[in-house]
Design a protein around this ligand. Structure first.
Ligand SMILES: [Zn+2]
Length: 88
């Protein structure tokens, strides 16, 4: 049975198996079982090229999140006139 858990506390998700599902699966792991591919935290797909260790997401999710995030220069500060405002 393949389970998905954190590779290390706070780290990216990774497949682990006590018994090897097939001879070519994963690599022997210090925990006694076998470790498979890293799994993206967002899409939960196994990432062949690995995942970013800082965020635990795959390449495509990483790119998507970067594209969606609001660049700093696009944020316009909203000035609110308080009770002590000079207007009025
Ligand atoms: Zn992903």
């Amino acid at each position: 049975m393949i389970e998905i858990r954190e590779a290390w506390p706070g780290g990216p998700l990774r497949q682990f198996a006590k018994d090897r599902p097939n001879p070519g699966w994963g690599i022997p792991h210090a925990s006694g079982g076998y470790a498979g591919s890293y799994v993206c935290r967002v899409c939960l797909k196994t990432a062949k090229g690995g995942v970013y260790t800082s965020s635990g997401v795959c390449e495509s999710c990483h790119r998507e999140s970067r594209a969606k995030s609001t660049p700093a220069y696009a944020i316009t500060p909203i000035l609110v006139e308080g009770e002590n405002g000079v207007c009025g």
